[in-house]
Design a protein around this ligand. Sequence first.
Ligand SMILES: NC(=O)C1=CN([C@@H]2O[C@H](COP(=O)(O)OP(=O)(O)OC[C@H]3O[C@@H](n4cnc5c(N)ncnc54)[C@H](O)[C@@H]3O)[C@@H](O)[C@H]2O)C=CC1
Ligand SMILES: CC(=O)[C@H](N)C(=O)O
Length: 361
Amino acid sequence: MRRTLVFIPKRCYSPLPVDPLARFKTISQTSKAPKVLITGSLGQLGRGLNSVYKYMYGAECVTMSDIVKVPSDAHDVSSANYQFLDILNQSAIEEAVVNRNIDTIVHFSALLSAVGEQNVPLALQVNCRGVENVLQVAMRHKLKVFIPSTIGAFGPTTPRDDTPDLTIQVPTTIYGVSKVYAERLGEYYNHRFGVDFRSLRFPGIISATKPGGGTTDYAIQIFYDALEKGSHTCYLRPDTSLPMMYDTDCMASVVQFLSADNSQLKRRVYNVTGFSFTPEQIAGAIRKVMPNFQIDYKICETRQAIADSWPRSLDDSGARNDWGWNPEYGLDETVQVMFALLQREIAQKKGEGGEKQVTTA
Ligand SMILES: NC(=O)C1=CN([C@@H]2O[C@H](COP(=O)(O)OP(=O)(O)OC[C@H]3O[C@@H](n4cnc5c(N)ncnc54)[C@H](O)[C@@H]3O)[C@@H](O)[C@H]2O)C=CC1
Ligand SMILES: CC(=O)[C@H](N)C(=O)O
């Protein structure tokens, strides 16, 4: 059976029988437009959040920043709303905040779990000094600040199933250690200086933008490989269960959490999640739309050890109860959306892509 997928800004589609824009529409109709600075905005998550904010409040509400040149195919990024900003330079952050009248920073710059292990000094710089700089500027200019955390902020002594918001946090990666530092430092700036710090612990995020060097990256690469080669060689064991979330749910969690009234929040750091699966299970879901898809395994010891130290599933009931968090995408919907997005991308590269609508089997 063929079904139509509705186009929403850039990466957002929905094969679900609900209006995929409803969440974003409701929030933008009931909240004041923020003036947002996104750091690390050319990474996996930054591009998506930029297009969601542009859809919700208009292009003038968001400034993107990073230390790399805009890729030539990044049509969603204009020179008017992009600037170079090294997160290690506190006065440059301050200058951007003052010149653009910013009231909210979404701080995405970071080194992820796998690349962090390859360069610990740089991970300490970007992940720790960067957070300190952002919080200092947020304090001086009374900004709201969102700094994502991760399942990587947990470790092997944490309960691995339905991991709650408050539990043991003794991670074994520099990425995890730096994220626990960010969580605690943000909470400190909140209670000591009144900074409106907010953080969500994300699971692995699945999007059509390629990932930046984490342990959960296979869950994106598997779709590219399925379409380009019909097979994927996975660096994790077939039974490695990890929590994940689809891109649009991730973006919705950020904008919904940032627009929640302070009185709704019982804590500054919440778990959010979508669904959990193993490589074997996602391969099974892919076979529902591509019956000949093959998977084999070549284990990367570093990434396997990291995955084995992380939760298998998260309890996000705190976010659901306190500010109404409610993800819309499960594994099968994510597979359908990813196939549709990547097929469109491949077709566009060949010069035959349709802009507004795509269909899938
Ligand atoms: N993608 C995921 O699955 C998850 C991401 N997160 C968090 O979300 C945030 C964004 O993650 P992604 O977009 O996936 O990361 P990414 O690795 O794709 O992007 C990070 C960006 O930071 C930039 N950056 C590096 N050094 C910088 C510096 N000195 N100054 C300014 N920018 C610099 C990079 O150029 C890159 O564009 C990170 O804090 C990450 O820890 C948390 C959990 C899951
Ligand atoms: C879950 C994360 O924080 C990230 N995707 C990683 O694998 O490092």
